[in-house]
Design a protein around this ligand. Structure first.
Ligand code: FAD
Length: 285
């Protein structure tokens, strides 16, 4: 396997994010998506981690499947919410045995049903410390260009992120729609003496209701110019075309700004990712 910091040292990376399916239909969709995206040769892919309980094994199952069945470098997400240190030790041991070398250490969002579980960790940095202490993993963390919704202010948000990045190898960001958010984040970290790679997360919009849900949860703002474009149509195909257009321009702006990588939220569908990569002549090398 390959460590993501090594890939980032080698030049701009291209990576995709997937979620673990819950149904057999979802597995078939993911399988078809992976087959369609293989030709783009992503440097790594990441697999999100579910809200809790019996769903938790799904991330490991997808990671193991990708490890065996694809040439990709799969990175599991891991959240601290509701976990004991003993749970995490078992999971990390399993990942070590699978040959996984990269982990994204996260706080986690509360489950949608509002039932929160007690655990040994409060913040992502505590989980990150355990991931790094395991000795074999390169570690990534989440960054929130438009400030995490639970942060009391921008400076506090950046200070906590800088603390995480003093231990982690890199960050992946929450989605956003204007490159200036990423530039400002990188400048602010630099002002705190942090120069670890911050890889922007790009979400191609494909569904207006889903976008609203995700934006509300993550603190990402929908700029007026984008809201106007989306308000002008209810045609799902046109919404997807706008999403591809906007993500293509954002990626181009980020490349101009010197981004260390592009992390595309594929959401288990290939079409938008394929179109964005074709527009920018990315992947396939
Ligand atoms: P933290 O770093 O713990 O930060 C959360 C809040 O606590 C912030 O406001 C921070 O400023 C504050 N804080 C941090 N440390 C301290 C401290 N010592 N004292 C006081 N305040 C502190 N969620 C999932 O459930 N599954 C996923 O797979 C998943 N993948 C994601 C991938 C990416 C790239 C991103 C950006 C987010 C992802 N999320 C995922 C969402 C993420 O878990 C949530 O945004 C969560 O609310 C915060 O995660 P964090 O790692 O930034 O947490």
């Amino acid at each position: 396997m390959v460590r993501i910091p090594t890939l980032l040292e080698g030049g701009r990376t291209l990576s995709f994010e997937f979620f673990p399916p819950k149904t057999s239909g979802g597995h078939m969709t993911l399988g078809r998506t992976v087959a369609e995206l293989e030709a783009l040769h992503p440097d790594f892919v990441s697999i999100t981690y579910g809200a809790g309980g019996s769903d938790r094994h799904r991330t490991g199952d997808v990671v193991e499947w990708m490890r065996v069945e694809t040439p990709w470098v799969p990175m599991p997400h891991l959240t601290c919410r509701g976990h004991s240190r003993a749970d995490v030790a078992v999971l990390l041991d399993t990942y070590q045995q699978l040959g996984i070398e990269n982990i994204l250490a996260l706080g986690g969002d509360p489950p949608a049903d509002g039932r929160d579980e007690a655990g040994d960790y409060r913040y992502a940095i505590e989980l990150l410390e355990d991931v790094v202490a395991a000795g074999s993993f390169a570690a990534g963390v989440a960054a929130h260009p438009e400030v995490h919704p639970r942060s009391p202010d921008r400076a506090t948000d950046r200070r906590h992120l800088a603390d995480k990045l003093s231990i982690a190898d890199f960050a992946l960001t929450q989605f956003f729609f204007e490159a200036e958010h990423w530039r400002r984040l990188v400048d602010e970290l630099s002002g705190l003496g942090v120069d670890k790679p911050v890889v922007p997360g790009i979400m191609p919009i494909s569904n207006k209701a889903q976008l609203k849900r995700m934006a509300d949860m993550s603190g990402a703002a929908l700029p007026g110019w984008l809201a106007d474009r989306l308000d002008a149509t209810d045609d799902p195909a046109e919404v997807q075309r706008i999403g591809i257009d906007v993500a293509t321009q954002l990626c181009a702006d980020l490349i101009d700004a010197g981004t260390p990588g592009l992390h595309l939220y594929a959401l288990n569908r290939p079409d938008s990712v394929v179109a964005i990569c074709a527009n920018l002549d990315l992947g396939g090398n």
